[in-house]
Design a protein around this ligand. Structure first.
Ligand code: NDP
Length: 282
């Protein structure tokens, strides 16, 4: 197989394939960056076109969609199976699929849900969407660096869910950042607080399933359990505590403002699920 891009992620992927015994042709824009993989048995091609010509299965793991276009511009793609593990938007993936198919290649888009040290270890997975036959044919090779999750024929679906997962992660990072800021300079050791925070976040993560259930049923009401009215009333305590600790509320207020708006619009007995709809009305 061929791997285009031997940056941090490409090198991790390449190592996993080589370790599993897959012959690998590699290409990188800056040739020196293929050294780690050639030392482990990969063959370096002099150009992307040469690398693409070497194998039917071509995996691209480049910086962004524009770099995929730049790298493959002069390559002959007819008869190739192009698997694009470069992070992009759903529209990027759909346009790249049409571009590849017009040039005679089958196309599969992938969203890597891991950082390089996780590659080859349990917990890493890649979301795939696009050509189902390509996926089935190369499933065993694709499963070497990370578990595979095929999410549909629409090439944009992997990128959409990749970005949705990353967006949820950034929301969590924002909350964790605010929490540590509240405690900074106090007698609470960061490590002691982390021991409380991790199980708390794990317990709260389960609420995503409740949200999914409410979005499916259309019934957002929760009765007396943590409804928006109660949460909006309680939010004053969060803001006052931030003030007491000298911490900006800028990471908190966007979400609290949406809760207040939704509650004021007559939805005080619902949980936060209605904020999903509110965001889509802007
Ligand atoms: P790096 O910055 O380490 O590598 C980027 C790669 O893209 C290099 O091979 C670089 O070549 C190449 N490149 C950049 N611009 C161009 C161009 N115009 N033409 C040709 N090649 C180009 O990034 P990563 O390896 O970490 O990331 C690669 C992809 O993997 C990205 O889409 C990233 O979002 C995704 N990913 C990365 C994760 C991570 O934690 N690192 C996690 C999940 C996904 P050169 O060496 O010449 O600069």
């Amino acid at each position: 197989m061929t791997l285009l891009g031997t940056g941090a992620m490409g090198t991790a992927l390449g190592r996993a394939w080589l370790a599993a015994g897959h012959p690998l042709t590699v290409w990188n824009r800056t040739p020196g960056r293929t050294a780690a993989l050639t030392a482990e048995g990969a063959v370096a091609a002099g150009s992307a076109a040469e690398a693409v010509a070497a194998n039917r299965l071509v995996v691209a793991c480049l910086l962004d969609d524009a770099s995929v276009g730049a790298a493959l511009d002069s390559a002959e793609l007819a008869g190739r199976d192009l698997v694009n593990l470069t992070t992009g938007t759903p529209a990027d993936a759909r346009e790249r699929a049409a571009w590849a198919e017009k040039r005679g290649a089958r196309f599969l888009d992938g969203g890597i849900m891991a950082v390089p040290p996780m590659i080859g270890a349990p917990g890493a997975f890649v979301l795939y969407s696009g050509d189902a036959e390509l996926f089935e044919e190369h499933r065993a090779a694709l499963a070497v660096p990370a578990a595979t999750e095929y999410v549909g024929a629409d090439p944009g679906l992997a990128a959409l869910q990749d970005v949705a997962l990353l967006s949820a992660m950034y929301g969590m990072f924002a909350g964790v950042t605010h929490a540590f800021a509240l405690l900074r300079g106090t007698r609470v050791a960061p490590g002691d607080f982390a021991a409380l925070l991790v199980p708390w976040l794990n317990a709260m993560a389960g609420t995503a399933e409740e949200t999914a259930g409410r979005l499916s049923s259309g019934d957002y009401t929760t009765g007396v359990v943590s409804h928006l009215g109660m949460q909006v009333a309680g939010s004053g305590t969060l803001l006052r505590t931030a003030g007491e600790q000298g911490v900006s509320t800028e990471l908190l207020t966007p979400f609290l403002d949406l809760m207040r708006e939704r509650a004021a619009a007559g939805h005080a007995t619902e949980d936060t699920t209605g904020l999903v709809d509110l965001l889509r009305t802007r």
